[in-house]
Design a binder for this molecule. Structure first.
Ligand SMILES: [Zn+2]
Length: 351
């Protein structure tokens, strides 16, 4: 039997944190953080994976992010029903990662809103990735069926287990709908309903190119999505780390005192500043390593999680943080270096 590549976790690369291990761990309740504003802070080990929030307007409710699976989205909706009977008219996706969007289908009647870049990435990256994974699984399933038919009785047991696993995976995927934003913003968008107002802003690239922030000026609350990992090392797979530093500084200009992260507990302004400090420290450590002549491999080995952040979760992401920063700084140096002129000796002669 040829070795089969597991496809069951194809989404893991896109998910902001590691795949959940036990759906039963997902028992987070909605927590009120202001009049009509609620958050659902979830465990990364649950089937929800990423945090979400709700704003209850005069006539309708708005949801910010929808968790990792349709089931988690439905559990979220059931909890919303315990606080309001108003229709969920708006769903804002902070960015395209599945742990913030794959619960969308639980809110089928809502208007889906996100940045123009997030719409692009949902369609070109997430949907494309799912289509590729499904095609791979279908090919594997057909091959397994052929192999199983020719198997000896002894080999059939494992093949039948593999067949079931591929079929379960395809069944799960067939229930998953990828829903992109249908209303998109390039810079900002204001939603008003009664006395409530929310401002959606794209403040620059960071965790992805398309991160959208939700700001409630009256309540002084900002939902930052994955621009803010509170007490955790961030996933930087789709990040622009140097831009992230600038964009996070922009978020600190919002007159908010509660900052809701994509992962981790609700934070204060100081917590966002601490996370910004983490990114700045990685930049500084990588710059020193480059100045000292280290290549990426050496820098990854030499730079360890600074003591100040030793309590952070998701430390397995740390090497990728160093590598991403290394490649961005190197690329910037190459881009900003003067055009190569004639060799030095020839320049001397030309004087
Ligand atoms: Zn993310």
């Amino acid at each position: 039997m040829t070795a089969l590549k597991p496809v069951g976790f194809f989404l893991a690369g896109l998910v902001c944190v590691f795949c959940f291990s036990n759906p039963a761990d997902n028992n987070s309740e909605l927590k009120k953080i202001s009049e009509n504003v609620y958050v659902r802070i979830v465990s990364p080990d649950s089937n929800a994976v990423g945090n979400a929030g709700v704003v209850v307007f005069e006539r309708a409710a708005l949801v910010f992010d929808t968790h990792f699976t349709p089931e988690a989205g439905r559990e979220f909706l059931a909890q919303i029903r315990s606080i309001t009977s108003k229709p969920v008219r708006y769903v804002v996706n902070s960015h395209f990662h599945p742990d913030h969007t794959h619960g969308n289908q639980a809110f089928n009647d809502a208007l889906f809103i996100g940045s123009t870049i997030t719409r692009r990435d949902v369609l070109n990256v997430d949907l494309a990735s799912m289509n590729r994974a499904v095609a791979t699984a279908q090919g594997q399933l057909e091959k397994l069926r052929r192999d199983t038919a020719q198997d000896t009785a002894a080999a059939q047991g494992q093949h039948l287990r593999d067949l079931k696993s591929r079929q379960d995976y395809l069944d799960t995927m067939s229930r998953q709908k990828i829903i992109p934003p249908v209303v998109t913003l390039d810079d900002s968008l204001i939603i008003q309903d009664g006395k409530s107002e929310v401002k959606l802003c794209w403040l620059g690239s960071g965790h992805t190119e398309g991160d959208t922030v939700l700001f409630l000026p009256r309540e002084k609350i900002a939902f930052l999505g994955d621009l803010f990992f509170n007490e955790a090392i961030p996933n930087v797979q789709d990040a622009c780390m140097l831009d992230w530093i600038k964009t996070l500084r922009e978020t600190l200009k919002l007159e908010a005192d509660k900052f809701v992260p994509g992962h981790g507990p609700v934070g204060s302004r100081k917590d966002v500043e601490t996370f910004l400090g983490y990114l700045e420290e990685i930049k500084s450590l990588v710059e020193s390593a480059i100045a000292g002549g280290s290549n990426m491999e050496q820098a990854t080995r030499e730079i360890q999680v600074p003591e100040k952040y030793s309590s952070y979760k998701f430390k397995d992401f740390f090497p990728s943080n160093v590598q991403k920063m290394f490649s961005e700084i190197k690329a910037m140096k190459i881009a900003s270096s003067p055009m190569e002129g004639p060799p030095k000796m020839e320049r001397e002669k030309a004087k």
